[in-house]
Ligand binder design. Sequence first.
Ligand SMILES: [Zn+2]
Length: 426
Amino acid sequence: MSRIELSRAKSAPVPLGTLIGRELRNGKVEKPFVKYGQSGLAKKGEDYFLIKTDCLRVPGDASTAFSVFAVFDGHNGISAAIFAKENLLSNVLSAIPQDISRDAWLQALPRALVVGFVKTDIEFQQKGETSGTTATFVLVDGWTVTVASVGDSRCISDTQGGVVSLLTVDHRLEENAEERERVTASGGEVGRLNVFGGNEVGPLRCWPGGLCLSRSIGDTDVGEFIVPIPHVKQVKLSNVGGRLIIASDGIWDALSSDMAAKSCRGLPAELAAKLVVKEALRSRGLKDDTTCLVVDIIPSDLPVLPPIPRKKHNMLTSLLFFGKKSENSVNKATNKLSAVGVVEELFEEGSAMLTERLGKDFPLNKNSGIFRCAVCQVDQPPGDDGLSVNSGPFFSPASSPFLCTNCQKKKDAMEGKRPSRASITA
Ligand SMILES: [Zn+2]
């Protein structure tokens, strides 16, 4: 059982429908405000932001607005970071079916994020450039926060109960044994840099290439086992709101999640982002690009996030878990309090296996005889190369999503299978 499965087993995610039902019973659903601030100091100039607060789920319908925030920390050049900033969002959105309800849309997001990340990586690969980038991509729709991430730029949440949680996983070879195993099994070599006399220095890296990360967008020259498949986590904040801090490793190498959250509590987002950067620089100096985005999700009847109670919160939380059980008798005040610090986990998955992440229920339009690739969404009529890859005795539309030739090749390469090379040696 992987670590993620374990953590899921501990607290089973609550189905979105159940939550929405509960919210409706407790009163009207009001959309929170989203306020944000950004700050950054460049050392190498390879960090990029994406901020888009005017996205619409249904074109022309302002009530379906959602926001996207992302940090891209490039390495070995800036082209992958720029390419991801410009293409990732549209690649994610184009993988979500049209004309579906809000909760179906939110449920489709985790898979669409996987598709969008892989598609962006394939497209960048086709440009023939060699840089790579981390991508921490955060979508805020009402109280629901969905985070997809490759690399080591983190997103944390700080809720009104004073609970700080990490919404991403660090894809660093040094710190992630599961990823080391995967990379090694797929043909990569993991080790430290060798200097004169065979002394090993620095963090664990993947060779050839010497990358410290196990997942990224780009890095075509390092090896395909450095995959673009994101860890995805979807949570629902309580209706007292909370703060997200999205930042590159320049921040996280200097500050723990707790330190970053506490350094800026009580301040508006714009000021908070500046303070987190300042705090990181104070303790470590400007050693790397240091980029920070602060996103506040604020109840619509409040001007800013209310201050977090300092000491009493343990007692409060335990008291209020009682309040939560008697849902029928809540008045507005206790309803607000009962949700303090409670973040409901809706979804979490981090597997690096593409097929697992795409799931089994991809629609195939069999009547028209056209197969649509689950990743690049290109239609492929039967008889083309793509179909023949999947149409052998083991191809069953019910159990595996259809992939075109190109995307199938990418999938095999990510898993360390190299059919082209194997057929040469055979
Ligand atoms: Zn494809």
